[in-house]
Design a protein around this ligand. Structure first.
Ligand code: ATP
Ligand code: MG
Length: 286
């Protein structure tokens, strides 16, 4: 039987662009953004469904979709029986409690018996229960930040990334209750054939993610400092060292995590390296 995996993605919103881009970088082609709700890949046995993000965990639980990309916040809030397969590393945000800017914050106990507006009653409820705070949770589906100014609630609990929305509504963030990023979720049970396709997809996703975090480094080094420089550039196995046309100099090629590169750059330069190039990597397979 020729299996096809069905993948549910957010139709349009904060998860969409990065999700589409990731599949593109994995070499999986499909049409999106044409208003269609379904698209079949032309070069991978996959079919894509474009949905509201809130509906994705339910579709995956019911087996209508085999995989979905959704915020961890939504996956937990909807409490559907799905499996987290992989963290995607994008759409990072936090769920926080915020209060009017002019008020002082003495801790979560301050919300005892107060009203809190949120679109995340389950996440908030669990957090408050853990802190031993009893509050009235008002579930509203959007524009949560307006609640304090219209007298609906003393505090809100909402998604924050930069905090600018809170600020423009006269609120300040006082407590982070959950940190989220996009995750790949899958059904609890899956056929062996579909699992093989998921493994193939995951292999590609990991190669793309590894490449994003690493850089290809090329530099020139005097031969007497090669030991020092190569020790700062461990590479995937070990660096490549080839002689330059100029006597006494070598070219060193290596792969380095971008953070390690910035950590080590001063030491690399101090050891005499010159002409340092940092080149993006498209795919990386260990
Ligand atoms: P839909 O119409 O599909 O229901 P939505 O309005 O519920 O969309 P979005 O605002 O597009 O959802 O956010 C989708 C997910 O992206 C959120 O559940 C959260 O995980 C993440 N997210 C939300 N806000 C931000 C942000 N400012 N920065 C980064 N990620 C965010
Ligand atoms: Mg939504």
């Amino acid at each position: 039987m020729n299996s096809v995996i069905r993948i549910a993605l957010q139709k349009s919103g904060r998860l969409s662009e990065d999700s589409y881009q990731l599949f593109k970088e994995c070499g999986i082609r499909f049409d999106y953004g044409t208003g269609k709700l379904k698209s079949v890949s032309s070069n991978f046995p996959a079919e894509f469904l474009f949905l509201r993000d809130d509906d994705i965990p339910g579709y995956v639980e019911d087996g209508v979709a085999d995989l979905g990309i959704v915020g961890e916040n939504v996956a937990v809030e909807t409490a559907r029986n799905v499996r987290t397969i992989h963290k995607m590393g994008f759409s990072k945000c936090r769920l926080s409690i915020a209060i009017p800017r002019g008020e002082t914050w003495s801790g979560i106990q301050q919300l005892q018996h107060k009203n809190i507006a949120t679109s995340y009653p389950r996440l908030l409820g669990n957090y408050l229960a853990g802190e031993g705070v009893q509050a009235n949770i008002h579930e509203i589906s959007g524009s949560v930040e307006i609640a304090p100014s219209i007298g609906l609630a003393e505090a809100v609990c909402d998604i924050v990334s930069s905090g600018s929305t809170l600020l423009s509504n006269g609120l300040k963030e006082v407590e982070v209750i959950f940190r989220s990023e996009a995750i790949l979720v899958g059904a609890q049970t899956i056929s062996d054939e579909k699992q093989a396709l998921i493994d193939k997809l995951l292999f590609r996703i990991k190669a793309v993610q590894a490449a994003k975090n690493n850089k290809y480094i090329v530099l020139n080094a005097p031969n007497d400092s090669l030991d020092k420089i190569t020790s700062l550039l461990p590479g995937m196995k070990s660096p490549t060292v080839t002689p330059l046309a100029t006597e006494g100099w070598s070219s060193v090629h290596s792969v380095l995590n971008e953070n390690d590169f910035w950590e080590n750059i001063e030491a690399i330069r101090a050891a005499g390296a010159q002409g340092i190039l940092v080149i993006p990597i498209e795919k990386m397979i260990y």
